[in-house]
Ligand binder design. Sequence first.
Ligand code: SF4
Length: 347
Amino acid sequence: MNTPLLKVENLTKHFPLSAGILDKNIPLVRAVENVSFTVSAGETLCIVGESGCGKSTIARLLMRLSEPTSGRVLIDGTDIAGLKKGSLRAWRRRMQMVFQDPYSSLNPRLTAERIIIEPVENFERLNRRQRKALATDLLRKVGMSPEMMDRLPSELSGGQRQRLGIARALALRPSLIIADEAVSALDVSVQAQILNLLLDLQQQMGIAYIVISHDLAVVQHIGHRVAVMYLGRIVELAACDALFAKPVHPYTEALIAAAPIPDPTRVRLEPPVEGEVPSPINPPSGCAFHPRCPLAVERCRIEVPRLVPTADGRFVACHVRAPLEPKPSMSIQGNPTWPHTTSVALL
Ligand code: SF4
C-alpha cells in the first residue's frame, strides 16, 4: 500500500491557562484531543466545525507554528513533530499555508514579485532573470497578469491578493497546502473563482489540500473527504458525497441542517441544534456533544465514544449511531490503513 503523504496520529494540544505548565492543577484548554487522519497526494481533506472546535489549531500544529502536547505528524513517513530547526526547514517546503485575510498575510511594503520570490530566496539564490521568470510563471498560474508584478498589495483587489497569496504558497512547489478559511473574507463570486483556481492547480500539479472552513458550501464544492470536529475531536470522517447525502453523527446532521438554504421558497424542517458549544476548559464528561444531543443516552454521559469504522466506509464517534466495537484490525492505533480507506469521491 502507498504511504499517505500526510499521516496525523493521536495529535493532542492542551494550552495551560497560566504560566507554570508543570503545575498539574493549572486548568487546560483542550484545543485538540487525539486527532488522527491521513491525506494522500492530490486529495482534498476538509476540516469543518463551529468556531473553537480546534480546526485552526490543527493547521498550526501541522505547520509546527505550535508544538503538540502529544501525537505524531508524519510527512512521507518522517515525523516532523520531532525534527530540530535545521531539518524542519527543509520539510517546511513541502507544506505551505494560505491564510484567511489576504491583506494582513502579505507584507504591504513588498511588490507582488518580491512577495512571490521571498520564500524561494530563503532556500536558493536567484538572479534577476530567474526572479522575473518565476514571478511571471506563478502569476500566470493563478490567473494574474505579469504586469501586476510591480504592484503593492494595497493596489490589488481582495481576490487578486488571495491569488497572490496562493502564488506565494506555490513558489516552493509544495506537496500540501493548508487553506485556513482561505475564501471566507471574499465576495461570493470571488470565492468561486478562488475555489476553482485551487481545483485547477490540484489537477495540474497534484497538490493535496487541507481546507479548513466553517462554510459547508465551500466544503461540498472542493472536498474529497470531510472531517467534522466538535470540541477538539473528530466525530465523523467520510467521503464528501456520502457525508452530505447521509450524515450519520447527530452533530454532522445538525451542522448540515443549520446551513443556510439559498432558496426562499424552501422551509427548513429540522430545527438546528440548540445551545452553545461548551468550554474546552471544562468539557462535558463522556461524549462532549451530549448536553445538546437529542439522541443522548446514559452511556453518552460517562464514556467518550471512539471513532470507529462503519459498514459504509466512514468513521463515526457515537454510541448510538455507531455502537459496534471496532475489529482489532481496524483500530485507530497502529493500523496502517486507518482512516485512509474511505473511498474518495473525485469531483
Ligand atoms: Fe449523541 Fe450519545 Fe452519539 Fe454523543 S454518543 S452524539 S451524545 S448519541
